[in-house]
Ligand binder design. Structure first.
Ligand code: UDP
Length: 238
């Protein structure tokens, strides 16, 4: 198959995936390899929007935030996603891709605010849009931001890039007998208590009939294979 299976996708990159094998922060080789994957997909003419997490820099519920007011800690988490978004957009610029970062919280001197029609215009122009600062609200996650922005821009699928290559029947790190689902319905995932995304994100995707593909960003070329519709990772569908 050489034709992409989708015209417009929302790619969710976890902040932790950016760390590579480091303990925190942004690993240069890792971000470059992610950008190379993104460039392959952009070459196919697929419209690409990206939501990036912040867990490599700050997580609202992490030990470092202990004792902190939760909302304050969450705003710090959202600012961490702005840093990652800037790093990602700049890494894309370095390989000749045009990216625009749009923030859900006002920080105009640094990045432009999220305005839906503008985001749609950028996508139609073939620019890659990076949605920063999650949903802009504490008590949410960037998975929910991915579900929300994916719905808003009419993406055909949310591609959830993680370090694990799909949804397993049990934790593959703990249970060697765990098997990977190639496809699974939203209802099956709920009844089997499989963690695909947090509950809010998952419910939003299900309500909006927005399928989710969980795949490993660590595997070279996986993003392109997913966009071409190969049987890679796990497809969560209605
Ligand atoms: N966050 C938030 N609201 C959002 C998105 C993110 O408050 O809409 C905060 C929250 O503290 C979260 C942190 O930002 O822990 C980083 O996001 P996330 O944990 O989703 O990142 P990832 O797991 O993808 O690295």
């Amino acid at each position: 198959m050489t034709q992409p299976a989708y015209k417009r996708v929302l790619l969710k990159l976890s902040g932790e995936a950016l760390m590579g094998d480091d303990a925190y922060g942004i690993n240069r080789a890792t971000i470059e390899s992610m950008v190379a994957d993104v460039a392959e997909v952009a070459k196919l003419g697929v419209e690409l929007a990206i939501v990036i997490g912040g867990g490599n820099i700050f997580r609202g519920v992490a030990p470092g935030a202990q004792g902190m007011d939760r909302a304050t800690a969450d705003y710090m988490g959202m600012l961490a996603t702005v840093m990652n978004s800037l790093a990602l957009a700049d890494a894309m610029r370095q390989v000749g891709l045009t990216a625009r970062v749009m923030s859900a919280i006002g920080i105009e001197q640094v990045v432009e605010p999220y305005v839906r029609p503008k985001a749609l215009q950028y996508l139609e122009e073939g620019k890659i849009v990076v949605f920063a600062a999650g949903t802009g609200n504490p008590f949410f996650t960037t998975d929910t931001a991915a579900a929300l922005r994916g719905s808003e821009i009419g993406a055909e699928i949310v591609l959830k890039a993680t370090k694990v290559d799909g949804v397993y029947s049990a934790d593959p790190k703990k249970d060697p007998g765990a098997t990977r689902y190639s496809t699974i319905t939203f209802d099956e995932a709920i009844s089997k208590h499989l963690q695909v995304m947090d509950a809010t994100a998952f419910a939003l995707c299900r309500d909006q009939k927005l399928p989710i593909k969980v795949f490993s960003i660590v595997k070279p070329g996986a993003l392109k294979r997913v966009v071409l519709g190969d049987d890679e990772g796990t497809l969560v569908h209605l």
